[in-house]
Structure formats: C-alpha cells, structure tokens
Design a protein around this ligand. Structure first.
Ligand code: HEC
Ligand SMILES: [Cu+2]
Length: 482
C-alpha cells in the first residue's frame, strides 16, 4: 500500500514535469524580449553568394558572432585594383543568420595590420547607433556588445565611422537575417547578393590601384555599380545556379552608399517579394526597389533552362558599370512555357519591291538579295547602324571593358564561322579581343541569314579588318550545324 502510494506520487510528479516541458515548447511569446535563451552557439558566417544553414525549428540561443575587419587590396575589375575595407574579408561582409529571440554576443575584431578604427551599425539592433556606439574599435583591438533580435526580417549592417560614406563606399556593409520563430519556409536554393556603388579617381576601366574619389561620391557619380563587390562576381564560372523546377530565394541588399537599386532578373518573375526585407509579401513582381541601407527577399521557381541575367534595371549600370550577374539554370526545356525561336520567316508586307525610308532614302528591306559585294556592304552598314552600333559603336571601336571592338579585331578575323555563330546565337563568357578580356553578354540578334551575311561583310570590309565576304550560304551552314 505504501509502495503504491509512493509510485502514484512519483508518477504525478513526472506528469507535472512532462506537461510543464510540453507547455514550454508550445508557448508563444507575445514579446520577443521574453523569449528565453539557454544554450550558447557559435554563429556560422558565410561569404557571398553563400548563406548559412537555415535556423529551422531551433530554439532561441545565445549566438556568438566573431566578425573580423580586414583592409584588403582587391580587384574591382580586370586590371583595376581597389583597397577594400571589409567585414570578414569579403564585400559584402559575412552573412549573419539569426532567429527572433536570439541574444547575439557580437565580437568586432579590428585586425592589427589595419590602418583605421571602425565600428558596426546593425539595422537589426534596437539600441543607440545600432551598436555603433559600443563597437568603435582601433586596430589590434576587439569590442564586445550584445543585443536581442526582436524583429524578424532582412537587415543591412555597415560601418558608421566618420566619414561614414567613405567607409561604406569602400565595402563595409553586409546582411543580417533574423528568421521568424520556426524559420522561413524551406526552398531549394538560397543566395546572398548585395549591390554597391564605387567611386574611383580614374574613369571606369582606368588601370592600376584606384583611390577612392570623395567628390564623385558626394556627387553620386559612380564609376562602378556592382553586385558582390566587383565586376563579374556573379558571371561566367561565378554564376549562381539552379535546376529546372527548383525554388530560389535571393537575399538582396543594397550597401549603396549612393544609388537605389531597381533589382530585376531578366526572364523571371518574382513569385514573392518580402518588401523592404520585412513581413509584407508582394507577389508577381518584375522589378523591386532596394534603397541604400535596405534589402529585399525575393523568391521564384525556375521553370525553364537558360541563363537568367540579374541586373539593376537602371540599365546603363548593368551593361556599362558592372551591375550584372547570372543565374544558370539546367534541366529539361518546356516548350509550353517558352518555345524558343519557332520560325524565321521573311516578312515583306509591301511585296518584294525596294522600300525606302522617307527621311533618308536608304534601303531598308534588306531581304532583297544583294547583287554585288558593294551592295552587301551597303545593306550591311544599315543593319550595323540599326543593330550593332549601340554596343560596338559607330567605328566598331567598342567600349572599354564592356563591348569588344570589331575594328581590327583579332578575334573576329581569326574565325569567320565563330563570328557568324555569335551573331546567330549571341555570346556570353570570357573572350579575349586584342589582348583585352571581356566577360559580358551579347544577346541573340534577330536577323535573317541574309542580313547576317551582309552585316558581317560590312564589318569585315571596314576599319582595317580582313576584307572577307560572308555569303548567305555560309551563314546557313553555321545555322544548320546547331
Ligand atoms: C547589346 C550589345 C551588343 C549588340 C547589340 C551587339 N553586340 Fe556583339 N558583342 C557584344 C558583347 C558584350 C560581346 C562580347 C561577349 C562576351 O563577352 O562573351 C560581343 C562580341 C561580338 C563579337 C566577337 C568579339 C569581337 O569583338 O570580335 C562579334 C564578331 C560581334 N559581337 C558582332 C556583332 C554584330 C555584327 C552585331 C550586330 C548584328 C553585334 N555584335 C551586336 C555586345 C553586343
Ligand atoms: Cu569602417
């Protein structure tokens, strides 16, 4: 009897214990500041374009972040060196991933080889200066402060040491994500992208170590606008990737210091955008605005294979200043979603007679077979001035670091079939033209085979090129090889 009483009492104690545990699990805290933390954990930090493991269902913890400031020389683009100031050795700085209720113990370490004091203002902090006041740290020192993450969202952090604009312009910015309780819904791929504008003493493309130009920065006249700290950080072999059918989430920030981003992915629609990095979700978005010191989370599913170009849709920044990245998607085509070119028909509504534009009297119906090489060149020049000129320029001289020259181009003259292929299908990836490297995008030109023959004949017979004649048959041969 005594024993029975004893075991009964024991099981009651156990029951109480279990229910109390269970209750603790279920408890929803109205105020994030009430969420308890019991364990310690070292934060995983990643450099772009990677992000740390999702928080998932983990409980709030004391999260120890060790961030090292490094002043490093790097390359802004081929041959152009820049002295970057970084959080964690990369631009943008290391990605920090937390959840609501975490108590972040932040250690800011200023490497002894650095020249300057720095600090950090995290937009995820509720407190004076976002931590800046408590984190001002001289080279060879470490400052520690802590904060509790109260508001879920994607936040920018940056250096706030005077002159603030200069510290940001040199690369001192990054993102900190505060996930809601239970984490963000899982996706297949996640990447970290941050736009920034750079101001150099020399013009865009001028070689050598380029110092920061304060006046250009004050005037907001950027020489470079880039993703992840340099031209080409997300193109060619550095492109981010996904497979057809996968869901992609991009954590996109803008460090500025000066320019607002019109973030767009060519050929995709954002299924979801966490506007300004907050809770509010917009759906079916083409271009999302990301101000300096702001961020957005964009999500989409990739339906078809191909290269999708990430840009700031203030488009000269993309094609002339570097704000261009690539998402390469592999997998099965789906002709229902995107057919690709179906046919290339001749369109001559007025019949096959020669048409002239009233203003210039030039021949525009270039499907009229050219009767001589001279005529091919003449027709070809028209096409050049309508189509190619915008990028390769009137004298075929190109634009340094953006569009390769066609004038005296060793690349062009070396291989005519290759040149035909480029005009037929477009071109991406690194190429070297007259000793200069280019790694950009030429889109497919919507021209008929005869037009391609004419424009290339014009190009080959201009500006010191080899004088080759390209016929329609040659173009057809290359086209059918595909
Ligand atoms: C939207 C800009 C743009 C237009 C329009 C354009 N190109 Fe290009 N082209 C480029 C870029 C960028 C490259 C280099 C691609 C790379 O880096 O892989 C290139 C490369 C080339 C090359 C090989 C490199 C060289 O310099 O010899 C040839 C040939 C060429 N283009 C011909 C043409 C012709 C002909 C036209 C018009 C029918 C044309 N392009 C229209 C941007 C353009
Ligand atoms: Cu700084």
């Amino acid at each position: 009897m005594k024993q029975l009483k004893y075991s009964l009492a024991l099981s009651v104690v156990f029951m109480l214990f279990f229910t109390s545990c269970f209750n603790k699990d279920e408890k929803k805290y109205e105020n994030a500041e009430d969420i308890p933390v019991n364990q310690e954990m070292i934060a995983e930090l990643t450099s772009p374009p990677h992000v740390p493991t999702p928080v998932g269902k983990r409980k709030a913890k004391k999260l120890i972040v060790k961030m090292e400031i490094l002043e490093l020389e790097g390359e802004l683009t081929d041959g152009v060196k820049y002295m970057y100031w970084t959080f964690g050795g990369s631009v943008p700085g290391s990605f920090i991933r937390t959840r609501v209720g975490d108590e972040v113990e932040f250690h800011l370490q200023n490497h002894p080889n650095n020249k300057l004091p720095h600090n950090i203002d995290l937009h995820a902090v509720n407190g004076p200066g976002g931590g800046a006041e408590s984190s001002f740290v001289a080279p060879g020192h470490e400052k520690t402060f802590s904060f509790k993450t109260l508001n879920p969202g994607l936040y920018v952090y940056h250096c706030a040491t005077a002159p603030v604009g200069m510290h940001i312009a040199n690369g001192m910015y990054g993102l900190i994500l505060v996930e809601p309780e239970g984490g963000l819904p899982p996706v297949d791929k996640e990447y970290y992208i941050m736009q920034g504008d750079f101001y150099t003493k020399g013009a865009n493309g001028e070689r050598g170590l380029q110092p920061f130009d304060m006046q250009k920065a004050v005037d907001e006249k950027a020489d470079y606008v880039v993703f992840n700290g340099k031209v080409g950080s997300l193109t060619g072999d550095n492109a981010i990737t996904a497979k057809v059918g996968e869901t992609v989430r991009l954590y996109v920030g803008n460090g500025g210091p000066g320019l607002t981003s019109s973030f767009h992915v060519i050929g995709e629609i954002f299924d979801k955008v966490h506007i300004e990095g907050g809770d509010k979700i917009n759906t079916n978005v083409q271009t999302t605005v990301i101000p300096p010191g702001g961020a957005a989370i964009v999500e989409f599913r990739v339906e078809v294979p191909g290269t999708f170009i990430l840009v700031d849709h203030a488009i000269f920044r993309a094609f002339n200043k570097g704000a261009l990245g690539m998402l390469k998607v592999e997998g099965e085509k789906d002709k229902k979603i995107y057919s690709g070119e179906l046919r290339d028909d001749i369109y001559l509504p007025e019949g096959p007679g020669i048409q002239s534009m009233p203003s210039t009297g030039e021949i525009v119906a270039s499907e009229i077979p050219a009767k001589s090489v001279e005529e091919q060149i003449k027709f070809g020049k028209n096409i050049f001035m309508q189509t190619c000129f915008a990028c390769h320029q009137a004298e075929g001289q190109g634009v340094p670091h953006a569009f390769p020259p066609l004038a005296k181009s060793d690349y062009l003259n070396a291989d005519v079939d290759r040149a035909i292929g480029i005009v037929l299908h477009g071109k991406t990836g690194e190429i070297t033209v007259n000793g200069e490297k280019y790694n950009s995008v030429m889109t497919q030109q919507m021209l008929s085979t005869a037009e391609i023959a004419n424009v290339l004949t014009y190009v080959y017979n201009s500006w010191g090129n080899s004088g080759k004649v390209v016929t329609k048959e040659m173009v057809e041969k290359v086209k059918n090889k595909k």
